[in-house]
Design a protein around this ligand. Sequence first.
Ligand code: COA
Length: 349
Amino acid sequence: MQMSNMERTVKEKMRAIITGVGHYAPEKRLTNQDLERMVDTNDKWITTRTGIKERRILDKEKGISHMGIRAAEMALSRANVSASELDLILVATVTPDMPVPAAAAIIQKELGAEKCWGFDINGGCAGFLCAMATGAQFIENSRHQKVLVIGADKMSAILNYEDRNTCVLFGDGAGAVVLEAASDGEKGGIDDFDMHLDGTGAKSLFMEAGGSLHPATHETVEKRMHYVYQDGRNVFKKAINGMSEVSARLMEKHGLKGEDMGLLIPHQANLRIIDSVSKKLGLTPEQVMVNIEKYGNTTAGTIPIAMSEAWEDGRMKKGDRIILSAFGAGFTWGSLLLTWALEGKAPRT
Ligand code: COA
């Protein structure tokens, strides 16, 4: 006899399954050679220190909703879900179109998702994982059936293109995931997550002005307080330790060794961070998704963009154990373990 969803909540937890992933990257490219003409840097330094060759830049007059909508449309179409079926939209971003209203509201209207609610989540570079963990809860407790999780950032809007320490690292982009309640007997989905917050890191990566403490004034603009600053060395070390420790703990908790893993999809901030984390987890290069050379660090966008491309490339097979891991401003960091539930590759668009 088939169990209804209501009966199942009493007997076992509902599972949240990824049924579609999509992404969007603006067409305009900013290469290392372009940056050589803007600041005192060079392709060799950027490539060897970060792994980045180019990043994408969104038009000045567009906000992240432009990218989030397109990524969402791709994810919804691949999941065969219409926007009107969505219960909840979560948007992870540090660069919403504007402080009020939430980017989720702008995206909801454009998608025509008339019966849902939603909100934005600011978890820095780990924002997409914060949003995935949040979205999965609403499905696991049987409150919702279909949740859209978007990670989108327009870092070009908050970068100082005279500061070589930061402007070479970031780019613009968005990715989106459709989470659905598993149907009876369906295997796979979000297995577990382990997220952390440590505010002692607040001074290592921040944008000082534009909030309630330092609203925009001529002075904040003159003092360049609307740009991102970071202590790269400190963030670098903390990111390696944070991502590898949490991922190792999750793997151990679920009885998984390096050779049991399908794919690690890490936040794309620096190739050396990704390589160190992968080695610590005992993974081979084939088990690690890397696309940092094309996009740089798109903050909340990196993981869903990488997941969408990994699916297109056939790098995730049904039943594969996948780890998503990120570290960012806050500090906020963590990992999410899932079992891939889809057959075949995503169609390239
Ligand atoms: N081009 C050329 N030289 C540069 C440069 C650039 N774009 N940026 C910095 N440098 C210089 C520095 O000024 C420094 O010069 P100095 O030794 O004369 O002072 C030198 O290169 C080395 O700097 P350092 O900070 O030690 O380099 P690094 O090996 O730590 O790499 C980062 C710097 C930023 C690439 C690295 O620390 C990093 O990726 N950190 C994590 C950043 C991140 O992505 N965070 C986002 C959230 S996760």
